[in-house]
Write a protein of this length. Structure first.
Length: 198
């Protein structure tokens, strides 16, 4: 499948935060290995003048998803901590970029960048019709952001060379990919974008 970028497109970079990288509180194996490819996508969208959205977990320290507060995860991405920062190698343009914080209230968790955020409003304001999704984790926030976007009427492309999964249960990543495809997401690589020049 070949895709040409238009002014109706946006890139969504999901949760490329230190706590989700190797050595972090809730690491995605080899999550940092996709950063160079993500940076290529960001620069491609930047060059075309298209918006880039960065989602981040931004939890209070007593968040409902944490062990000890009713959840299943170790504390991670606590607001204002080192682990909540984006990985230092992640490229973030000076302009036309938006930071979307999710899971910000103690009593609600959010795996989707659309859940409890203004992401949908910002996309609509810019006339976006197609979203291109990358980041971590394939089987959690990438999946839920992609399907959340489809449910809101966006055409979704998952950037398969710029995602990594955690596979808490063996097969989770494969099931997530199948679910996204069944819901209508297309899986593409950077070479499939006709605007891309090596």
């Amino acid at each position: 499948m070949k895709v040409k970028l238009t002014d109706r497109d946006a890139l969504i970079v999901v949760d490329m935060q230190k706590d989700f990288m190797p050595g972090g509180a809730l690491p995605v194996p080899e999550g940092d290995k996709i950063i160079p490819r993500i940076n290529e996508y960001v620069k491609l969208f930047e060059k075309k003048g298209l918006p880039v959205f960065y989602t981040r977990d931004w939890h209070p320290e007593n968040h409902i998803s944490f062990k000890g507060h009713g959840g299943i995860w170790p504390p991670h991405c606590v607001q204002g901590t080192e682990g909540a920062k984006f990985h230092e190698d992640l490229y973030i343009p000076a302009d036309n970029k938006f930071i979307i914080s999710k899971g910000t209230s103690q009593e609600f968790d959010a795996y989707s960048g659309f859940q409890g955020t203004i992401l949908n409003d910002l996309l609509k304001e810019r006339g976006v019709r197609r979203i291109f999704v990358c980041g971590v984790a394939t089987d959690y926030c990438v999946k839920n952001t992609t399907i959340g976007g489809i449910n809101l009427g966006y055409q979704a492309f998952v950037l398969e060379d710029a995602i990594k999964g955690v596979d808490v249960n063996p097969g989770d990543v494969e099931r997530a990919i199948n679910e996204m495809m069944e819901r209508g997401a297309a899986f593409i690589k950077i070479e499939d974008i006709v605007d891309y020049k090596k």
